[in-house]
Design a protein around this ligand. Structure first.
Ligand SMILES: [Zn+2]
Length: 446
């Protein structure tokens, strides 16, 4: 590969396209994919006919608003119907080279098929993100993500195509992973934010100082929100002496659809692949760019199973202004999952807001557990934390501090803050932590 390693862009022309040019390309691809979906997918044929819309109705990007939404349920209801790939698919099985499936953490797992071209473009996008955070062919990279069924598994191919030396780590037990980091001295690793933090702590406890004994310069995190929470990112950076970059993926699209650049102000989304809309979570009304709502994605180039107006369930906003890094593709800011958001005294609360407060407080470990419950038919929340062993303050003092900080940031204070000793919370699971326990019995889904 003859790419200039000093060029900051993987694909300079694409990444710096003037907005009008980018939107012109989006429109051409949108017209093509909507027509392709209508002509080849039984579901879209039926759904567009029922809605009284035709592919020819797309004359501008805004015309997508005339088309019906789909969501996770649409995928579940149509998969396996009519054929192995289901009614949303627009190609036959012979054209498919890869499938990933969602974790099924919120129901039946859904399958995402890729044609050869879909897959190659997916990996080229992943190479672009790796290059964007500064990975170069002379880097050694550990891909410490699950390889089983998960769409993030194959992302390692994007790093290999870039020319980096890749170590297919997967979800190794932490002792073994630390051995790999110490022995092979890799420079870049990708894992979840909670695991990056815990692995750093584990290293320190076993006598390895990540800053001195290891060579990790960059950490990619995804799968949880931590990487977009400044305090969490800084806590991980402090342990490792490395830069942390947040990536955002969807099992239905790519392992990473969006990634931070050096500005760390939101995540650039691959707008050549994804048309982003933001809608009101309650009414479905279309919001202006910059307003917070549910993100709706239309895949512009995936032919195996096009997603037209897919409601992601993620709450956030898009910023289409040019970034200081020079890239013109918009940046998304994710606040959380719609399913994780809860309402207390008419205030929308995201677990990520609570995490940000906990990670900024001195004298506590940063581990936490959130409980959501009802009292008198009203939502309440409680937070459990851990006090550092060397913190001289009483538990009551610590609880009062945390309560005040939560009230200041979120607007509603917790019903209680429970203070545990260091190590007292059972939240240090490998690779992905469960930190929110919903004890409500009523259905609050929105
Ligand atoms: Zn940027």
């Amino acid at each position: 590969m003859s790419r200039d390693i000093n060029n900051k862009f993987w694909d300079e022309e694409l990444e710096t396209l003037p907005r009008e040019e980018l939107e012109k390309r989006q429109l051409a691809d949108l017209q093509e994919i909507v027509k392709f979906a209508y002509e080849n997918s039984p579901y879209y044929k039926r759904s567009f006919d029922e809605a009284g819309v035709k592919p020819e109705d797309i004359k501008t990007l805004k015309d997508i608003q005339k088309f019906p939404f789909i969501n996770k349920k649409t995928q579940r209801d149509t998969q396996g119907v009519g054929s192995f790939l289901g009614e949303l698919a627009a190609v036959s099985e012979e054209d498919v080279v890869f499938i990933s499936t969602s974790s099924g953490s919120t129901g039946v797992p859904t399958m995402s098929p890729f044609t050869k071209k879909d897959f190659d473009e997916f990996q080229d996008t992943e190479s672009r993100w790796f290059w964007q955070i500064g990975m170069r062919p002379n880097d050694r990279y550990v891909h410490a993500l699950n390889f089983s069924l998960y769409v993030g598994g194959p992302d390692v191919i994007g790093a290999q195509n870039l020319g980096a030396l890749c170590i297919w780590g997967g979800t190794l037990p932490s002792e073994r992973l630390l051995f790999v980091l110490k022995t092979y001295q890799p420079t870049v690793i990708w894992t979840s934010p909670s695991y990056a933090w815990q692995l750093g702590e584990k290293a320190l406890k076993s006598g390895i100082d990540p800053k001195k004994d290891l060579n990790i310069k960059k950490i990619i995190v995804a799968g949880e929100l931590g990487g977009s929470i400044d305090a969490t990112r800084k806590a991980i950076e402090d342990i490792w002496g490395a830069e942390v970059y947040d990536f955002y993926g969807l099992s239905d699209i790519f392992g990473a659809c969006a990634a931070m650049c050096e500005a760390k102000d939101g995540l650039h989304i691959a707008e050549n692949h994804i048309l982003v809309e933001t809608i009101d979570i309650h009414t479905g009304e279309i919001l202006e760019p910059g307003q917070v709502g549910e993100l709706v994605f239309t895949t512009l180039r995936k032919h195996a199973r096009p997603l037209i107006r897919f409601r992601t369930g993620d709450i956030g906003r898009i910023d289409n202004t040019k970034c200081s890094c020079g890239r013109t593709h918009g940046r998304i800011h994710i606040l959380g999952r719609k399913d994780d958001m809860f309402i207390v005294s008419a205030v929308n609360v995201f677990p990520s807001d609570i995490e940000a407060v906990i990670r900024e407080q001195d004298g506590i470990t940063g581990e936490y557990l959130i409980r959501i419950f009802e009292r008198d038919f009203t939502n309440k929340y409680a937070v459990e934390i851990e006090k550092n062993a060397d913190n001289p303050k009483s538990d009551d003092e610590v609880a009062a501090e945390v309560t005040a900080a939560l009230k200041a940031r979120i607007g509603v204070k917790p019903a209680r803050v429970v203070v545990n000793p260091d190590g007292g919370l059972d939240t240090r699971s490998e690779h992905k932590s469960r930190r929110v326990i919903d004890e409500r019995t009523l259905d609050y889904s929105i």
